[in-house]
Design a protein around this ligand. Structure first.
Ligand SMILES: Nc1ncnc2c1ncn2[C@@H]1O[C@H](COP(=O)(O)OP(=O)(O)O)[C@@H](O)[C@H]1O
Ligand SMILES: [Mg+2]
Length: 239
């Protein structure tokens, strides 16, 4: 469904991605792990059209999306749930969710998707008129996920969804992401919590300083001694 080949991205003189390739097949959950600064967020930003490609190609559903605007990419069905759950803190929960579907005009579909999200996240339903900045970290993460779902994406990308959340909320967040995949949406997820992420994915990639160092099914990466030692030590403590 999504295919990246030889992608290079630069921030001024810093080359964040040095020619990476990756595939995300339809209806699968693919995970991207790696140390801080490896280029994980840059990869997601490049797919969303937020960072330009210096060279290389990104295709989605067979269409070349390299160089397309972020709005156009969103309208093709790619949603991005960014790092640090950037909700609009001055807006209410409901307004945040409406921002997620600003490109849609099917009011019936929007209403039923809102119902669906409120049934998935009852705490958001109770707080629909509350401004997002007053929600707890876990609630803001639910809102960021709900907002991304409101565009009815074919592919949804999560950047460090568990970051800064209490352990019970982390488990709940992963359950929700698993549920999104089970309902037929393709998922590409970046996670520092490598053990949990590798355990739940269909396929995984390890990014090392802007280069794809390793790929394979989650078990392969979990059991790779190089990976265990160099990158996932903390995350694998209880593996
Ligand atoms: N806006 C930016 N300007 C300059 N350099 C950046 C910017 N964003 C990221 N970088 C650099 O690009 C590299 C990859 O960053 P990033 O994709 O955020 O890594 P990760 O998400 O894996 O931690 C790092 O060296 C980082 O310092
Ligand atoms: Mg990042």
């Amino acid at each position: 469904m999504l295919e990246i080949s030889n992608l290079v991205c630069r921030y001024g003189k810093v080359t964040a991605l040095k020619g990476i390739s990756l595939k995300v097949p339809a209806k699968q959950l693919v995970v991207l792990v790696g140390a801080n600064g490896a280029g994980k967020s840059t990869t997601l930003r490049a797919i969303s059209g937020l960072v330009p490609a210096a060279s290389g190609k990104i295709t989605f559903d067979g269409e070349d999306i390299t160089g397309m605007s972020a709005g156009r990419i969103l309208s093709l069905g790619i949603a991005h749930c960014p790092e640090g759950r950037r909700v609009f803190s001055q807006m209410t929960v409901l307004e945040n969710l409406e921002m997620g579907c600003y490109l849609r005009s099917d009011s019936k579909g929007i209403a039923s998707d809102l119902d669906h999200i409120f049934s998935l996240f009852p705490r958001l339903a109770e707080r629909r008129r509350q401004v997002a900045g007053t929600l707890s970290g876990g609630e803001q993460q639910m809102l960021a996920i709900g907002r991304a779902m409101m565009s009815r994406p074919k592919l949804i990308m999560f950047d460090e969804p568990s970051l800064g959340l209490a352990p019970n909320i982390v488990a709940q967040t992963f359950d929700i992401i698993q549920g999104i995949r089970e309902s037929g949406t393709t998922v590409l997820m970046v996670e520092q919590n490598a053990y949990a992420a590798l355990d739940m994915c269909n396929y995984a990639y390890l990014l090392e300083a802007g280069t794809m160092a390793l790929e394979g099914p989650g078990e392969k990466l979990i059991n790779d001694p190089h990976v265990r030692e160099a990158y996932l030590g903390a995350g694998l403590a209880h593996a």
